[in-house]
Each structure stands twice: as C-alpha cells, then as structure tokens.
Design a binder for this molecule. Structure first.
Ligand code: F6P
Length: 526
C-alpha cells in the first residue's frame, strides 16, 4: 500500500475513534484506569505536563503516533535543525534553534558557519549591554542611559515584551523599559510623557526595516528628539535588522546595528538580536539563561522519541481535536500573572504560522488547519468567559499553565493553584443537575502544564515547547509554518487607501463599502 493510502486508512481509523468517543465520558475513562494520569503525563526537568484530561485512549494515541510516523515527521524535524530550506515559499532555512546553540557547535548554511555568526552577535550584545549598564555609553548630554524603548511590531515586539514582563523579578534596578508598536499615535504620546529623552535609547527592531508602523514611529521619535534639542541622534538609536542600508539611511551608525538573518522568522526571533532589549532590561546573563532553557527543550524535541516527546504529543492532541472532534478554537489560560502576555504571543505564533490553506505542494487543501488561538489570565478569566467553557455548546480544548512556586504570599499562591486545578477538574467531571440551567456536562478537555518557579531557563523551555508544537502541527497539516503571505494584501491596500485619505480623493473603481468608508473620513476631516 502507498503512503498516501496508509494515511487515508489512518484518518479513517481516527474518524472511527472519534465516533466511538462521542458516546463516552472522560469520567468513565478515569474510573476504568486509576493510573490514567501517570500514563498520560510527561515529566521533564522543571516542567510537568498532564494531558490525561483529554478525550483520548491509548489506542487513539497509538493511531496518532502512527500517523506522525507515516508522515515521517522525525526527518522533517531533522531537516529543520540541520538548516535545510524548509521554508519553501521563501526558499529559506528555519534556524531559530541555532540561536540557542553552544559556541563549540558548527552549522554550515550557504557556505558560512552560522554558529560563529550567532556567537559574534551575542558577544556584541553582551559588550553593548555592559557599556550601557556601566554608564560608559552615554546620551547626547553625557548622561548615562537608563530607559529602553523598543520600536517594533509583531514578532519584533511581542516576544521580548512577554519575556521582560514575565521576568520582571530579574529587572535591572533603576532602568525603565517601554514598547512602541502601534501606528496609533496615542502610544507615542503617552511615552513622551513618561521618558526623559536625554537618558533614553530607542531600539528599532525590524528585520525588514520596511514595516510601516515601525518606520513611522521611529521617524516621529527622531523628529521629537531633534525638537527637544538632541544634536547627536545617532547616540540614541540602535537597530536590529537584516536591512543595514535602510538603517544607515535612517541615521543609525554602523556600530549600533545588530544583525538578524533571513533564517530567523519574525515570530521566532526573540532569541536573536531582537532580544537586545531583553538583555538591556534583565542583563545579558539572564538573556543567556533564557537561551539555555530553550536549548534544553530543543534537545528534548530533537532527540526524544515521538511517544515521549512533549511538543509532538501536544501537537497530535491539537490535530485530533481540530480535525476529528470539531474543535474550532483553543484557549490558553496561564494561572500566572507573569505570563499574562502569553495568550497574545501565542496568537501570533500559532495563527501566523499555521493559518494556511495551501499545502507544501501548493494545492488548496480541503481540511481544517489552525483553530482560533485565544485566552486570558486565571483567575480573572473565570469571572469572564469561563461560563462558555463550562456550559457552552462547543468543544474548546484548554491549556492551563501554572507555577508550582511563586514569590509573595503563599496563601495567594495556594488559592491560585487551587483554582487552576479545580477548573480542569470541573471541566472534566461536570455536575449533574435536573435543572438544565444548572447542569454541568463535563467531558471538556484540558491539559495542565505545571512548572517550577518561573526563571529565565523555564520560560525559555516553555516558549521553545510552544514553538516546536507549532512546527509539528504544520507538519501534520502538510503546510509551511514559516511564511506569512496572508498579511501582505491588507498592507498593500492600506497604502492605496492612505493616498486617498491624504489627497482627499476616492477611487471610482472600488467597491461601494470601501468607498463609503473613505468618504466618511473625508467628510469628517474637511
Ligand atoms: O506583518 C507581519 C510581519 O512580517 C511579522 O511576521 C513580523 O514579525 C512583523 O511583521 C514585523 O516585521 P519586521 O521585523 O520586518 O518589521
């Protein structure tokens, strides 16, 4: 039998499993197997993943593993690590894992040892960080720099912002950090009220150095600096980019340009010089610890057999719900204030990577890909949208994340954990009530990820776990997780509409809705 016949056979088998699970309640699965939690959990150093509260049996998992084997995901994983150009639509390697490699490793890409390049850049980040922290690097009035403003959007914003917020306990004393991403001028206005330009460094983070929002914000900041009397603009800007020429044209000096390579995707870039702001805010040592943690997860992912491989198992569960149990969304709920930005970060990671409808061969596909990624923080979410999780009509798998230790009041932490555990228990068990309004059906799937007190290493591991899960999902759907053509059309049309708004005119050859919206703006701004 050919592989494609075998794949079809397995899909049929999984559909049959799905039908048989429709009549079952997870409560019964737990009753019949008192060791279910032990069987369906993964113990990694510092991280424990309990996936037993999912609508699965060992047979289903076996079929899913078999499916992954037939697709030969192991070879694809090796292809990524070894630098093959797996981002086929952009003809690029995908090597965010190389950013967390050890100095003594070697990896040749297009004739260059990229590990050496990575470590040269890391050395530059380290030296620059220390020059800033020691006060050796000063602003135009010879005051030392204590404020860092990252100007970037998408992957050039959300990863570093999440890391700095999550690891606030590790912040360098007496330093301040801000993120400017949106083209909405309100962000810049607020920023200007809160910073002293003489002691501020602006970090223009843009792989392409052509992103509208980032360029416009950087230009506005430059104008503001000139207005307030700065006569040495170059002292207040650094850039992280692949497009050095554009950064130099903007006015950034060569020595203040940090390099990023085409094999680092935007949403996978916090490990590169895009993480400069992390190093400035938390110290280079903590940035290195973050990289070390991610590297540990890389090794687990690369070396571990599918059957005990955390990213692979989580991706297989995602595939199971999305393609066989009709789940259209997946919720991510950290019971950890430190991870409050995690759902937003994941939204880009998952949906920009896997919101696709063409397969690797360029064919339109007829199966579902990425479900909607959403979420919020526990316990706040319990008092907001959890009603839908407990009594709504849809199947919504949930990832709960919680720290086993947290600094601060122990009792608060116990309440936090108790609520996290109780929610997954309630979703599983439900509660019978003759009054349909008060009836909890239960049988709602969730996975709980517990980790030791959040540290740079553990955060690195968690982020890499989700990155690799994203990649495996793409493999299961046979799509390219590393391009994002879907963001281009809107950018192009916005550029046309901007001309209309600026020049006070409407095109005649556009649809009536777009025309009426443009005219509303023009009427209001006469
Ligand atoms: O518009 C999408 C996107 O290309 C993201 O993938 C990327 O993270 C973001 O824009 C920012 O891109 P850049 O770093 O080139 O400014």
């Amino acid at each position: 039998m050919t592989d494609s016949n075998n794949l079809q056979k397995l899909q049929l088998e999984l559909s049959k499993h799905a039908s048989s699970m429709r009549g079952l309640h997870m409560r019964d699965l737990f009753m019949h197997n008192p060791n279910r939690a032990e069987a369906f959990s993964i113990e990694l150093p510092d991280i424990f993943i309990d996936y037993s509260k999912n609508i699965i049996t060992s047979e289903i998992l076996e079929s899913l593993f078999h499916y992954a084997e037939l697709l030969d995901i192991k070879s694809s994983i090796n292809s990524m690590f070894s630098g093959e150009k797996i981002n086929i639509t952009e003809k690029r390697a995908v090597l965010h894992t190389a950013l967390r490699s050890k100095r003594e490793e070697k990896l040749d890409v297009d004739g260059a040892d990229i590990i050496e390049l990575v470590h040269n850049e890391l050395d530059k980040i380290k030296t620059f960080t220390s020059a800033i922290h020691s006060g050796e690097y000063c602003g135009w009035t010879n005051k030392s720099i204590n404020t860092f403003v990252n100007i970037g959007i998408g992957g050039s914003n959300s990863g570093p912002k999440l890391v700095i917020d999550a690891l606030s306990d590790y912040r360098k004393k007496n330093t301040y950090c801000f993120f400017i991403s949106n083209i909405d001028y309100r962000q810049l206005n607020e920023l200007k009220k809160n910073i002293d330009p003489e002691t501020t460094l602006f970090i223009v983070s843009s792989k392409s150095f052509s992103t509208l929002e980032t360029k416009a914000n950087a230009e506005s900041v430059k104008e503001w600096l000139v207005d307030v009397g700065c006569d040495q603009i170059e002292k207040h800007f650094v850039a992280i980019t692949e497009n050095e020429k554009a950064a130099i044209d903007f006015g950034i000096s060569q020595s203040n340009i940090f390099h990023i390579w085409d094999w680092v995707g935007g949403r996978f870039s916090l490990w590169s010089a895009i993480g400069l702001v992390i190093s400035l805010a938390l110290g280079f040592d903590n940035f290195q610890r973050l990289l070390n943690g991610a590297r540990e997860m890389d090794l687990h992912f690369k070396q571990g057999p599918n059957q005990s491989n955390a990213p692979v198992i989580l991706a297989l569960l995602d595939y199971w719900y999305n393609n066989f149990l009709d789940a259209d969304t997946h919720a991510f709920i950290p019971y950890d204030e430190s991870l409050k930005l995690f759902p937003d970060y994941l939204a880009q990671l998952f949906m920009e990577s896997n919101g696709k409808s063409a397969d690797l061969a360029g064919n339109s596909i007829d199966y579902k890909t990425m479900p909607v990624t959403w979420g919020g923080i526990g316990t706040d979410s319990q008092h907001a949208f959890f009603q839908l999780l407990h009594q709504g009509t849809q199947t919504i798998p949930v990832d709960f994340l919680a720290p086993l230790k947290k600094s601060g009041d122990k009792n608060h932490h116990r309440h936090l954990l108790a609520n996290c555990i109780a929610q997954s228990q309630a979703l599983l068990q439900g509660e019978d009530n003759p009054d349909p309004h008060k009836h909890f059906p239960g049988n709602k799937p969730s996975t709980t990820i517990l980790y030791k007190e959040l540290s740079p290493e553990i955060l690195g591991k968690l982020l890499a776990l989700y990155e690799h899960r994203t990649f495996v999902l793409g493999l299961l759907w046979k799509i390219n997780s590393f391009d994002q053509w879907g963001v281009e059309l809107g950018k192009k049309l916005a550029a046309n509409i901007y001309e209309n708004l600026k020049d006070n005119k409407t095109n005649t050859d556009i649809d009536s809705s777009t025309k009426i919206l443009i005219n509303k703006y023009l009427d209001s701004n006469k």
